[in-house]
Ligand binder design. Structure first.
Ligand SMILES: *Cc1c(COP(=O)(O)O)cnc(C)c1O
Length: 380
């Protein structure tokens, strides 16, 4: 029965060109990857600042391993919460301009944990249509009413907020949309949230480290709103692993009591938190990396414009080429690999039906010659 379903689903995935396979890496996460004995220029990673293989962070991780050992042994609430976890939370809170922060094992768990903990039956959750899967799943878990507004359509959001609702309201949005690369209108979202007494959760997975003063993300300027919560991940620009939710001290205390994906899991290794403290310092002092990234984005966009592709309006390191057809996206991605560049094909359900695309992502470690090679390959 189940096995039959599995078989038929698998063949359907293949027929629809939606079957997924993993690449096996024989190298660290840098701008060149070794895959199947081939060297490929990496335009697939979220390691925007090149910190995933930074020597100082590696050294710090080694020190952390010496100091705290390998495993955390327990959940945070039993005996797995080390001084490294504690310090990282404090530094994150300060950096993001919030009273406190709470460290989760990853962004997916942070999002589902927060939404499930905060919302009850009778509450209303409003989400941008293109929000990350973890926010949508958090909404399903929460059992509150969930409605999705058209992508970036704040009139639609306001209309949905007018519906008669006795419970609490929460608006959730990606900061930078992970498959489109556009930036949420945080000014307006914050205004709408304040006007309607709604809480606001911004997922800064792709904006933290990249946007805002010293990479503090897009929410840092809006410290006047105590109902604004930030989720920032450590696995992308920061180059390590984990995620924090930052907000008021009451919010964090509440999450410690109630967020099930925080409570019922083993703490991430203290060495990762220890390394993340150093990574955060480096990220803060990475204006030169952010400037370089901005230049590379400009250079890539100019080059892409001269080719005949359908682009999306993005000023971030995420630069999609819209192809619509999954088969075409896959074929081009495979062809690009033969020219030595890795650009992933993104297909449904990661993007909407008919929204298949190539997703180019840049790192500040890319060289102009890397981008030239990508453009040359795309032209061919
Ligand atoms: C990657 C991502 C997450 C999940 O973060 P992880 O730490 O990788 O689990 C959440 N939201 C968005 C928008 C993301 O891109």
């Amino acid at each position: 029965m189940l096995l039959k379903k599995i078989k038929s689903q698998l063949s359907r995935q293949k027929e629809n060109m939606l079957y997924r396979k993993r690449l096996v890496l024989a190298s660290p996460q840098t701008t060149t990857l070794t895959i199947d004995n081939n060297k490929l220029i990496n335009f697939a990673s979220n390691d925007y600042l090149g910190l995933a293989n930074h020597p100082k962070i590696i050294e710090q991780m080694k020190l952390g391993l010496k100091k705290y050992g390998v495993g955390s042994g327990s959940s945070h609430l039993i005996c797995g919460h080390s001084e490294a976890h504690e310090t990282l939370e404090r530094e994150f809170a300060q950096f993001l301009g919030k009273e406190r922060a709470l460290l989760f094992s990853c962004g997916f768990m942070a999002n589902i944990g927060v939404l499930d903990a905060l919302l009850d039956r009778g509450d209303l959750l409003l989400q941008d249509k293109l929000n990350h899967a973890s926010l949508l799943d958090g909404g399903r878990l929460a059992r509150s009413k969930m409605q999705r507004f058209a992508h970036g359509d704040l009139n639609h959001l306001q209309k949905l907020l007018q519906t008669d609702n006795q419970g609490n309201k929460l608006i959730a949005s990606d900061g930078v949309f992970s498959m489109d690369g556009d930036i949420a209108d945080i000014e307006s979202l914050n205004k709408i949230a304040k006007k309607t007494n709604a809480s606001l959760l911004i997922d800064e997975a792709h904006s933290f480290g990249v946007l805002g003063e010293n990479g503090r993300g897009i929410c840092y300027q809006h410290q006047d709103n105590p109902n604004l919560m930030v989720m920032a991940t450590c696995g992308k620009a920061l180059g390590t692993a984990g995620a924090v939710v930052a907000g008021s001290k009451d919010l964090i205390e509440y999450l410690i009591q109630k967020a099930r994906s925080y409570i019922f899991t083993t703490a991430i290794p203290a060495s990762i938190a220890f390394a993340s403290i150093t990574a955060l310092k480096i990220l803060r002092n990475s204006d030169h990396r952010r400037q370089k990234l901005t230049q590379l984005i400009k250079y890539l966009k100019q080059g892409l414009k001269s080719l005949d592709f359908k682009l999306l309006p993005s000023d971030t390191p995420i630069q999609p080429i819209l192809l619509e057809d999954s088969k075409l996206a896959l074929q081009i991605s495979q062809k690009l690999r033969t020219f030595g560049v890795l650009v992933p094909a993104i297909r449904p359900p990661t993007v909407p039906e008919g929204g298949a695309r190539l997703r180019i992502s840049l790192s500040s470690d890319h060289k102009i010659s890397d981008i030239d090679q990508l453009l040359e390959a795309l032209k061919k």
